[in-house]
Design a protein around this ligand. Sequence first.
Ligand SMILES: [Zn+2]
Ligand SMILES: [Zn+2]
Length: 250
Amino acid sequence: MATGGTPARHADGVFEMIDGIGIHEVIVETTSHDATLSDLDDKGFSDVMKTYRQRLMNCAKNHDVKYALIFRNSGLLAGASLEHPHSQLIALPAVPHMIADELETSLVHFKKKGTCLFCDMLEAERRGAARVIAESSGFIAISPYAPRFPFETWVFPRRHMSAFETLDDDAVDSFSKFFKGVLSKMGAVLSNAPYNFMLHTAPTGSGPLNHYHWHVEITPCLTTIAGFERGTNCFINPTSPEEAAKALRL
Ligand SMILES: [Zn+2]
Ligand SMILES: [Zn+2]
């Protein structure tokens, strides 16, 4: 994909398309071909996270970019097409439905209650504790209430912030330590099963949002998406989030 020019929408009868304007970057995480991300030392891991921040900030300079997603495919089953350890950034001329849904649902909650849905959810998870995997002074990892996949894990900053890019250097370092711990434990418990992770941050250039809270969703690939899931977008998950949290707890 290339940048430059405002993307035009084209109609063709009932069909509609938008120009493929955007950015695709491969973030090479290490010079070591056989390493995994969680093998990197603290500085190496933090450098990767700082690169995420820098590349997301770079996208904000481009007014055609409406959303930038950082993601990682680990293992063939997770869709990794290159063997060398890497993550990717894809920036789009529109906000994808999944993010738009999160933004809309959290905005409805904010309008009703005046609070961030994610902050409220984290408070409830901390009170119940059964789905909390790990917690530091700045970050928390949970098994979500209704996970789509076995051992699906979400990582949040405990303090309300809508954009990952606004973390300062110290906060990136402490996030890196925490996130690396979660990934390492997951690798150990799940025998290095393939996984994807996706960094959900506020839309590019949106400024601070009261109702949205950035997070990372980690989805191990342990089950197959079959007819029911494809036909309904509902997911059958044989592992309860409480069992998953217990196994993954640091
Ligand atoms: Zn929040
Ligand atoms: Zn999300």
